[in-house]
Design a protein around this ligand. Sequence first.
Ligand SMILES: [Zn+2]
Length: 268
Amino acid sequence: MNRCLKRVGLLLGLGLLVLALWACARAAYTGRSQLLLISEGQETALGLQAAQDVLKKERESRDEMQAERVKRVGRRIAQAANRPDYKWEFHLIDKDVVNAFCLPGGKVFVYTGILSLTTSNDELAAVMGHEIAHALERHGGERMSMALMAQVGGQAASIALGSTVSPAASQVFNQAYGLGSQVGVLLPHSRAQESEADEVGMILAAKAGYEPAGALTLWQKMDSYQKSKGQNAPGWLSTHPSSAQRVADIQAKMGAIRAKYFQPASLY
Ligand SMILES: [Zn+2]
């Protein structure tokens, strides 16, 4: 029995029979089995609403050259992602924290703190490709689904089956993305999601004309940064822990991805 079916079995055990009917899905690029209790349309609507909240809370950078750089790299990756239904936007947030994320629907946020760690557009493409891959593969929807699984009963069912952006749905969404008032209780990405985002992110970066080896130097750098901060690595690194194993996995996948997808861009 695969993992998704086991989870469906758990749902049945919880009596959420209706949800089980369309709970199983497959990740777009890797075909990994997923449990998704909310529709992509609902996830996107929540993402677009959350993006407005982020823009109200955070300040966009006035460094036009760097903001334009983020947009330029982002647009190329978006083109490679081939999701014209997404309402793509790329924002550089003026805050010295190591953070970046892409909300469902295509709103991408890069913080100046992580931008300053990237020394090439290849590394920036690795950051953005990784975050966009999380959105394309609906990892937030999976985390929301896991949170809903933990809540037995009517409210979970109404969120899962609803088509609108209800306050209850927003709350679960914000928890999945570490947004809103509950900062610090971000539901962590699973290792499977992280590995998938690394792989798909490299594919997107390579298709967009960026050297996929940027992912390797990026994560090596993150490893050093994390070690310098000790156990309490802040923000992005708390949910994206770097490790020798992660770097080795990226290295192992690099050759095949490079050979299949990488076409050097004529201009960056
Ligand atoms: Zn990640």
